[in-house]
Design a protein around this ligand. Structure first.
Ligand code: NAP
Length: 284
C-alpha cells in the first residue's frame, strides 16, 4: 500500500492521478486534513485518512499497513521541520519500508540560502532514520512562473528584483516521475534532481514572450529597495514583497541553476519546457 501525504494539494493530487494509471485505487491511501477537499479522491476509490503533520497520533493511525510513503513537504514555513520529523517518526513506528520526500533543488547545501534549511534538516533526519529513503529535489514549478512575472507582464514587461538561470520544471512532470518511482521496485538512487534540461533567466523568458506574442517584452531589473518602496505604495503586503525580493536574490545567486536529465529519463519522454508552458498559458 502506498500513502501520499498532502493529497489535496497540487502535487499530491497529480501524483495520485498518475498512480491511478498504473495501479488499482485499492493500493493507494491518502493523508488529508479536510475531507471536503477530498471528494474527488474518495470517488476514485482512494482510501482516505484524516490526519495532520502536527498531530502525531493521527499519523500513527493513518500509516498502519503502509509500505511506501510519499512525504510532500509542508507549506507551513514556520514549523515544517518538526512536522516532517513527526511524519518520519510515525512511519518508522509503523514499519513503513520506504519514504520518498519532496525536497528542493539547489546547487549548494547552505542553510543561509532561503528555503534550504528546512529541506536540509529533513533530509538529514531521514538519512539517519534507518528507513529506506529517496529524496526528490524538486526545482521551482513552471506553473508558478506567472506569479513571478505579474498579471500585467504582457503590457509592462518583466519587473523583478533580480534574475539568474533557474531550471524551472513542470509540477505535472514531477508528479508523473514521482508516480513512476513509487511503483518501481528498482529505485537505484538515493537522490533525484527534478529539474528541467535547460535553465532560463528573465531575459530568456522576455525573449520567449516576445517571440510567442509578437509584442516586444523586456526584463527590467529593479533595485530591491526601490521595488519595496514602489510595491508598498500600491498596497502589496510586506510578506509578499519580502518573498519576491528573496526569490530575486535566490535567482541572482544561481542557486537553482541545476539543469539535469533525470526527470526526462524517469518520465521516458521530453519534459514540458518554458516556451511550451508560456504558449499554453498566455495564448489560451
Ligand atoms: P500545496 O498545493 O500547497 O499542497 C501542500 C499540501 O500540504 C496540502 O495538501 C496541505 O493540506 C498539506 N499540508 C500542509 N500542512 C499540513 C499539515 N500540517 N498536515 C497535513 N498536511 C498538510 O503545494 P504543492 O503545489 O502541492 O507543492 C507541494 C509542496 O512543495 C509544498 O507544500 C511546498 O512545501 C513545496 N512548494 C514547492 C514549490 C516549487 O515551486 N517547487 C512551490 C510551492 C511550494 P491542505 O490541502 O489541507 O491545505
Amino acid at each position: 500500500m502506498i500513502l501520499i501525504t498532502g493529497a489535496t494539494g497540487n502535487l499530491g493530487r497529480e501524483t495520485i492521478n498518475f498512480l491511478l494509471k498504473k495501479i488499482p485505487s485499492s493500493e493507494i491511501s491518502a493523508l488529508i486534513r479536510n475531507p471536503d477537499k477530498a471528494e474527488d479522491l474518495k470517488h476514485k476509490g482512494i482510501k482516505l485518512h484524516k490526519g495532520d503533520y502536527n498531530d502525531y497520533d493521527s499519523l500513527i493511525k493513518a500509516f498502519k499497513g503502509i509500505d511506501k510513503l510519499l512525504l510532500i513537504s509542508s507549506n507551513d514555513f514556520v514549523n515544517r521541520v518538526n512536522q516532517h520529523i513527526n511524519v518520519i517518526n510515525a512511519a518508522k513506528e509503523n514499519g513503513v519500508k520506504h519514504i520518498y520526500y519532496t525536497s528542493g533543488a539547489r546547487t549548494i547545501d547552505n542553510k543561509e540560502i532561503p528555503g534550504v534549511k528546512d529541506h536540509l534538516e529533513t533530509e538529514q533526519y531521514l538519512e539517519n532514520s534507518g528507513i529506506n529513503y529517496t529524496i526528490l529535489k524538486n526545482n521551482l514549478y513552471i506553473e508558478n512562473l506567472p506569479m513571478y512575472l505579474g498579471e500585467k507582464v504582457l503590457e509592462t514587461g518583466i519587473y523583478f528584483p533580480g534574475t539568474g538561470k533557474v531550471a524551472f520544471a513542470s509540477r505535472t512532470d514531477m508528479a508523473e516521475a514521482t508516480a513512476n518511482l513509487l511503483v518501481s521496485n528498482e529505485v537505484s538512487e538515493k537522490t533525484y534532481n527534478f529539474s528541467n534540461t535547460e535553465a532560463v533567466d528573465f531575459n530568456d523568458i522576455a525573449s520567449i514572450l516576445t517571440k510567442i506574442t509578437g509584442k516586444k517584452i523586456d526584463y527590467i531589473e529593479v533595485e530591491p529597495n526601490i521595488y519595496r518602496e514602489q510595491l508598498t505604495k500600491i498596497g502589496i503586503p510586506t510578506p509578499v514583497i519580502n518573498l519576491r525580493i528573496g526569490f530575486g536574490s535566490l535567482f541572482k545567486g544561481g542557486f537553482l541553476n541545476t539543469p539535469n536529465s533525470a526527470l526526462e529519463e524517469i518520465l521516458g519522454h521530453k519534459t514540458i519546457n518554458v516556451e511550451e508552458f508560456l504558449k499554453k498559458f498566455y495564448l489560451k
